[in-house]
Ligand binder design. Structure first.
Ligand code: AMP
Ligand code: MG
Length: 342
């Protein structure tokens, strides 16, 4: 947990500072409107909402409303809290159960699983718990992994009615950790739009959504962290859209010199060795972007290229296991200052 908090804090500071000053070498956009900005600890990371609006009261109200909306989602999707909605419904595996408030997140997670051929699988919980990231970290035996993997499989989840699902085997469980922050970013952006806000940025750890460019008409700049060292490996410029990064440096532990991290290949139950970090950029919603950064990490570069070929709305900055920085899909005009290696 400590590792994760430290790196997430770093990521946040990095993105926040780019947002404030523009990317290294860029001038601060001249604007007469001061932002309304608030940061809170949520979803196991830091969440910042920054809004520009000439009407400061409207801006402050919009920020408050957006935080109110995601506070509930944070509580409901928290697998670390045994009293959360997701934990209570997981505890009822084997019988149909209501997931109520998290139903749409679950549905998007299942759709994401189908779309990525199971590289993203929201039923991964039994395996993730076995590894105990951030809690009781442990390298499981093949026997333990085999037993946990038998409880994983998104195709087995039945949606039995509005807000009601069935995890057919006792011990199955949903983990929304790979999608909840993206979903929450979409809730924020929707809330801000409804409040007539035209320029905003929301950062949820390693998922950032931007709306409407900066007030002076220039695009927002979002830095892509170097997953191994200091500084950035690239800078994303975007007016409206989302950037989401999944990396093996965000939540991990080291045993006997081996790094075990939190992005699991559902086929093996092991941390995926197919990437170091994956950043998805696009004018897509943050829910999808969050799903994809996790899934494309698992798929590896070839699988990512094929996916991006079919889905032209996204661009990907991919750090390969040997430290090369490669791109796939629509990155042209969106990424600058790209390094070739980390
Ligand atoms: P992210 O940081 O968005 O890549 O999400 C990583 C989190 O998603 C992990 O901490 C797990 O809770 C969960 N997770 C790990 N592997 C997978 C997977 N293959 N599919 C879906 N969720 C996963
Ligand atoms: Mg994700």
């Amino acid at each position: 947990m400590q590792n994760r908090r430290a790196t997430k804090l770093l990521a946040f500071l990095l993105i926040a500072s780019l947002g404030m000053r523009g990317a290294a070498g860029c001038k601060r956009a001249p604007t007469s409107i001061a932002p309304q900005e608030q940061t809170r600890k949520m979803f196991g990371t830091l969440v910042t909402i920054r809004v520009y609006d000439a009407d400061r009261r409207r801006a402050a109200k919009a920020v408050q409303l957006a935080f109110d909306k995601i506070a509930k989602l944070d509580r409901d999707t928290n697998n670390y809290n045994p009293a959360s909605q997701i934990s209570l419904s997981n505890a009822r595996s084997g019988k149909p159960t209501y997931v109520e408030h998290v139903f749409s997140v679950v549905r998007r997670g299942l759709a994401g699983a189908r779309d990525t051929g199971g590289a993203f699988d929201p039923t991964i919980l039994p395996v993730v718990e076995l590894w105990g990231f951030g809690r009781r970290e442990h390298v499981p035996s093949q026997r333990e992994l085999g037993a946990a993997r038998r409880l994983v499989g998104y195709r087995r989840v039945d949606v039995v009615g509005r807000g009601r699902i069935l995890l057919p085997k006792v011990g199955m469980g949903l983990d929304l950790g790979g999608i909840a922050k993206g979903y929450a970013a979409d809730v924020v952006v929707r809330t801000l739009r409804e409040s007539k806000i035209r320029h905003a940025m929301v950062t949820m750890g390693s998922t950032t959504s931007v709306l409407g460019g900066k007030p002076d008409g220039s695009p927002w700049k979002i830095g892509i962290e170097n997953p191994r060292g200091r500084g950035l490996i690239g800078v994303v410029s975007m007016k409206t859209g989302t950037v989401s990064t999944s990396g093996d440096y965000q939540n991990y532990f080291v045993r006997n010199g081996v790094r075990y991290h939190h992005i699991i290949d559902p086929k093996t139950g092991m941390p995926s060795r197919n990437a170091i970090s994956v950043t998805v950029v696009g004018a897509i919603d943050a829910t999808l972007s969050d799903v994809l950064s996790t899934a494309l990490f698992v798929k590896g570069f070839e699988g990512t290229s094929r996916y991006a070929e079919r889905n032209r709305r996204i661009g990907v900055v991919f750090v390969t296991p040997d430290g090369r920085v490669r791109t796939a899909g629509s990155t042209k005009g969106r990424i600058s200052q790209l390094r070739r290696r980390i």
